[in-house]
Design a binder for this molecule. Structure first.
Ligand SMILES: Cc1ncc(COP(=O)(O)O)c(C=O)c1O
Length: 431
């Protein structure tokens, strides 16, 4: 038996692309009218006393110990130690939406939900898997992809991660993407994740490729298939070449077709260089979804948040909100982005001027990483580079080696890449 509140949300979403794509858990989840919502009412009407929430209030403020408070002198105790609302601090949600529109002018005039705060993009992806993936409903993603997708979707959710081939002839493999979409569509609906700039390849689509990707989704939607597109924008804004589609594809999918539901997974963790803040956002968009239907999706997310972490961390939200309103932040971000671009250029120059019979760089033009397709076992190569050259890299699978140039100082890049190439060559003759 579904809880009546879940039924209410499902009724609101009935007949929409969102309602039809919900997983088993997605259908069951709801946001209870319990402590949190009663506490919200008390904030509004409990003028004499608010005896609802389990915190300590002294002199009308959340009590924060001096030995805690002294490390954040600019934050009030409420900004530091109080619980944040389940969906995040309202002003932060509004600010992120405002910034999203600025960063993605293509969203102008298109409706979206309010961004819901989650504790990092990983949690956001996990919540989306809760809502839309189950043993009957797989997720499609690129091969190679960030390895955590498989851990979330397969190991945690008991679903399947299906893949399309990411590259062909030095660019995005649109034919593999289209074929994979068509195969998924046979089951009646499609759940697809796109991540640009990509982990592990460091690739973002060109303007022409972006058009093809959007068109491919549109074509299956036009045939009647319900599609949800997850845009994992973890590395948004780190584009190093001129012919890269400059926005999130979410801006295109937001109102593409009645059969398409778009979700943007983003946040400041990488974009604003605050990895450990554990702050991210989920935002929905769909042509003809109403404000009430967006709210129903937000409520379902809130149920997932409430039943797992209860709410995201307050200090990181408070600091993010203040930082996003700081007039200097854009100039400061540019300094860091320029550092990363400088490293990219050095890596680009190295791989363009060195040939290897063992290593083939996958296409890369953005983000934190680049990867090599390896003609030897990537894990064996990684071990050898680590133990003989004391350089850490990641083997993504048996033939993909990822290098996070974002973490390597520019003056070390030649040394690191020379070591990787030398080791790979040795490997070839030894093995
Ligand atoms: C593609 C991609 N998405 C999401 C994440 C997770 O980001 P967060 O630190 O906000 O959980 C990562 C982190 O490595 C990533 O590479």
């Amino acid at each position: 038996m579904l809880n009546p509140l879940a039924q209410e949300l499902n009724d609101t979403l009935h007949g929409t692309v969102a309602g039809e794509l919900l997983s088993d858990l997605g259908k069951r989840i709801f946001f209870p009218r319990g402590i949190i919502s009663q506490g919200g009412e008390a904030k509004q009407f409990g003028k004499v006393a608010n005896a609802t929430i389990g915190t300590t209030i002294i002199d009308g403020k959340p009590a924060s110990l001096p030995s805690v408070q002294k490390y954040a002198p600019e934050l009030s105790s409420g900004e530091l130690v109080a619980y944040a609302p389940t969906a995040g601090i309202p002003d932060l949600r509004a600010k992120w939406k405002e910034l999203m529109l600025k960063k993605n002018p293509g969203l102008a005039g298109k409706s979206t939900s309010n961004p819901v705060v989650v504790p990092g993009l990983t949690a956001g992806i996990s919540y989306l898997s809760d809502l839309f993936v189950d043993s009957e409903h797989p997720l499609l993603a690129a091969n190679p992809s960030w390895d955590n997708y498989s851990l979330i979707v397969e190991t945690r959710r008991g679903g399947e991660l299906h893949t399309f081939n990411m590259f062909h002839n030095g660019g995005f493999d649109i034919n593999s993407f289209k074929t994979a979409l068509a195969i998924e569509a046979k089951s009646g609906s499609v759940r697809v994740l796109l991540n640009f700039p990509q982990n592990p390849s460091g690739y973002s689509p060109t303007n022409a490729e972006a058009k093809q990707i959007v068109q491919a989704v549109k074509e299956i939607a036009e045939k009647g298939t319900k599609v949800i597109v997850w845009d994992d924008d973890a590395y948004f804004g780190l584009n190093y070449e001129s012919d890269i589609y400059p926005q999130s594809l979410f801006a295109e999918f937001a109102d593409l077709h009645e059969n398409v539901l778009a979700v943007k997974i983003d946040g400041p963790t990488k974009e604003d260089f605050v990895w450990g803040f554990r702050c991210g956002f989920l935002t929905f968009a769909g042509k003809s979804l109403t404000a009430e239907q967006y709210l129903a999706l937000e409520k379902k997310l809130m149920g997932l948040i409430r039943s797992s972490v209860s709410c995201s961390s307050t200090p990181s939200q408070s600091i993010s909100l203040k930082a996003f309103s700081d007039s200097k932040i854009e100039a400061e971000k540019k300094v860091f982005r320029d550092v990363l671009e400088g490293r990219y250029k050095k890596v680009r120059a190295f791989v363009d001027s060195h040939k290897s019979s063992v290593l083939e760089p996958l296409p890369f033009n953005s983000g934190y990483f680049m990867s090599f397709k390896t003609k030897c076992d990537a894990e064996a190569l990684r071990q050898k580079i680590l133990h003989e050259k004391q350089i850490g890299t990641i083997s993504i699978d048996s033939s993909t080696l990822r290098v996070a140039f974002s973490s390597v100082e520019a003056d070390k890049i030649d040394e690191v890449y020379s070591a990787i190439y030398e080791t790979a060559e040795q490997f070839k003759t030894e093995n």
